[in-house]
Each structure stands twice: as C-alpha cells, then as structure tokens.
Design a protein around this ligand. Structure first.
Ligand SMILES: NC(=O)c1ccc[n+]([C@@H]2O[C@H](COP(=O)([O-])OP(=O)(O)OC[C@H]3O[C@@H](n4cnc5c(N)ncnc54)[C@H](O)[C@@H]3O)[C@@H](O)[C@H]2O)c1
Length: 338
C-alpha cells in the first residue's frame, strides 16, 4: 500500500472549491488527511468533495486509512469518523444541507434556494454574502472524512465560526493552507479604491492573517502545525496592473516570515509557495497572445498545472519538511529566479 504522508492529520484548505486549492485538497485526501474544504462558492466546494469521494473509493485502501484516522481523533467525542458525525446536521444553519454523495438527492439539495443566494452574492461581490453563509458536512463513503464549510475568509466572524466547526468535528487542526484569493487588476489611476484595492487586500492578506491567527491558537496547544500560505510570483517581481494583487502577495510573504519566528517555539512550520502562471480560472481571461508571450518567457515552456503546486504543498505539509520554516518556494517553471 502507498505510503500515506498525511495519515492521522486534519487539514483546512481555503478556496478549495476549484483550481489550485481543489488540487491540494485532493492530494491531501489521497495521502490520508481528513480534509476541510473552505470556499465562498458552495457548488464548487461540493464538487471538490465529490471528486475526493470518488478518488477515495477508487484509488486507495480506505478501510486501512480510516482505522488510523479514527484512532488519532478517538479522544474526541466529535470524532470526524464516527457515525454521529457522519449523520450530524446540527452545526449547519440549514440542517438540510448535509449531503451524501451516494444519495440521488444530491443535485436537488445543491440547487435549493440557499445555494442560489450564496452564488448570487458570490458573483456580484465576494464580501457580500455574509447573510447567506452557511455550512454543512459532506459525508464520504466508508467513513473517511471530507467536510466543506462556506465562509468568506475576509470576514473574521465567519472565520472564527469555521475554526470552531473544525474543532467540534475533529478536535484538532494540523495543517492550514491559505489558498483563497481574488484577482482584480487595474492600473493605479483606474482603480476603484474599495473594489480594486481594499477588497483585494482584505481577502488576500487579512484573510490569510485571520486564518493564521485562529489556526495558531489551536496548533500551539498541540505543539504541532504546518501553515502553508499561497503567495505568488507577482509578490516577488511585480507586474503591470497588479499593484493591489502584488502588494497583497508580498504582504503574505512578509507575514509568513514573521510568523515563522513566532511559531517555531511551538513546533509550527510556516512557509509560502509562490506559484508562477498556473492554468486555472484565475488566469483564463489573459488573452491568448499575452499567454503565448508569458510561455515564451518561461524556461520550461509551459504554464504550470495545479498539480505542480499541490505536490509542493504536500511536501511542506508532510514530515519531510519538518526542518523547513520561513521559506518561500517558487514553483514557476523558471519564470522568475532570484
Ligand atoms: N493561477 C495562477 O496563475 C496563480 C499564480 C500565482 C498565485 N496564485 C494563487 O494561488 C491561489 C489559488 O489560485 P487559483 O488560480 O486556484 O484561483 P481560482 O480563482 O481558480 O480559485 C480561488 C478560489 O478561492 C475562492 N475564494 C475567493 N475569495 C474567497 C473568499 N473571500 N473566501 C473563501 N474563498 C474564496 C474562490 O471561490 C475560488 O474557488 C491564490 O492564492 C492565487 O493568488 C495563482
């Protein structure tokens, strides 16, 4: 059987409804972790859980993994793997949103009113869905666990609720990946201060800070933790039209290094990954000719794939990286070297 690098671990990945975050969640789940999927988009979060579920049933010995997970969290009455949790709907504001992947009602559930409200809020304003935030658990067959929690990481109250939810479910958190971010590019004179600057800083930097702070409170009690912040090559080298995004990602790098000093005494590693151009929805609007120019500038002559980042995240989350902290890992095909 494959060596599971995150056996007995509990992870939270923000913005895991699609793209890089989804790939990280899949990689972690395949390596034995109980995975909490955060996003503001419920449909996407459910889809990630669904993918994990199908992979788990197909790709690895789930019974073997489950036993270990269940031992690790066994002191907690809210064991993520026990039957109570599997059927628990109390935590959700909407009890009907507990979804079973094997259940044919899945699609009806996902399309109900609350779900649509949530999506509307998401499409008009990432920070505007507070009244529609809710959460629920998603039960993976054979008791292995994957949960999702809908929350805007830039909303401190929602973030606190999310961490409370995790503790209620599993009693611990070992790994946090701060991946959620938004991109709203404009040259400086064309920027709307609130939309293009403040909201970007709020999600991309304050969101990371809020989640780090809540995670630290849990991890320091256990004297164990891995925090991985997804920065960007733009935070290192800058780019035309990306003052807000670049500032937010440079901020994430500064936060990572300073927090690494504070966290080290508690055996908590804090590192950042700076992806280059990765094929996801985030860069889908870059015109083809500009994409071609970018690819020409990349020594490895291709855009990155979410998997390229997920593999680095897995390494940093595992015990292989126990002696690494305060570092920024560029995964950019050689686009920027420093
Ligand atoms: N794709 C790239 O080329 C690239 C390059 C460098 C860095 N990155 C970074 O990688 C990370 C993932 O990027 P991606 O390309 O997968 O982006 P993406 O846009 O495909 O996915 C981002 C996810 O975050 C979620 N999200 C957005 N705002 C949120 C909020 N306030 N609270 C919770 N969830 C929220 C979105 O719903 C989405 O599911 C980001 O931090 C991004 O800045 C991406």
């Amino acid at each position: 059987m494959e060596n599971l690098k995150l056996k007995n671990k509990v992870s939270l990945i923000t913005g895991a409804g699609r793209g890089i975050g989804r790939e990280i969640a899949i990689e972690f789940a395949k390596n034995g972790s109980v995975v909490f999927i955060n996003d503001i988009n419920e449909k996407d979060a459910v889809e990630t859980c669904k993918i994990i579920s199908s992979l788990q049933s197909k790709e690895f010995d789930i019974n073997n993994t489950d036993k270990t997970n269940s031992t690790s969290i066994s002191n907690n009455t809210n064991n993520a793997n026990d039957a109570n949790i599997a059927n628990n709907t109390n935590i959700a504001n909407n009890a009907n949103h507990s979804i079973d992947v094997n259940n044919a009602n899945y699609s009806n559930n996902a399309n109900d009113n609350n779900y649509s409200n949530n999506n509307n809020a998401n499409s008009t304003n990432n920070n505007n869905n507070n009244n529609n935030d809710y959460n629920c658990n998603y039960n993976i067959k054979n008791n292995s666990s994957c949960f999702y929690y809908i929350a805007d990481v830039s909303n401190l109250t929602k973030v606190k609720d999310m961490f409370e939810f995790i503790i209620k479910k599993t009693g611990k958190l070992d790994i946090l990946v701060n991946n959620a971010a938004i991109l709203r590019d404009k040259t400086i004179h064309n920027m709307d201060i609130n939309y293009h600057w403040e909201e970007v800083l709020k999600v991309n930097l304050s969101g990371v800070f809020y989640c780090c702070r809540e995670a630290m409170m849990i991890m320091r009690q256990n004297n164990y933790g891995k925090i991985i912040n997804i920065a960007s090559v733009i935070g290192l080298c800058g780019n035309f039209g990306q003052t807000a995004y670049g500032a937010s990602k440079a901020g994430v790098i500064g936060l990572t290094k300073s927090l690494a000093y504070e966290a080290a005494a508690r055996n908590i590693n804090v590192n950042a990954i700076a992806p280059g151009f990765i094929e996801t929805e985030m860069i889908k609007d870059i015109p083809d000719n500009i994409k071609e120019n970018i690819i020409n500038r990349i020594p490895l002559k291709r855009l990155g794939k979410p998997k390229d980042i997920a593999k680095m995240a897995l390494f940093l989350a595992s015990s292989d990286a126990d002696y690494i902290t305060g570092q920024v890992f560029s995964v950019n095909g050689g686009y920027f070297m420093y």
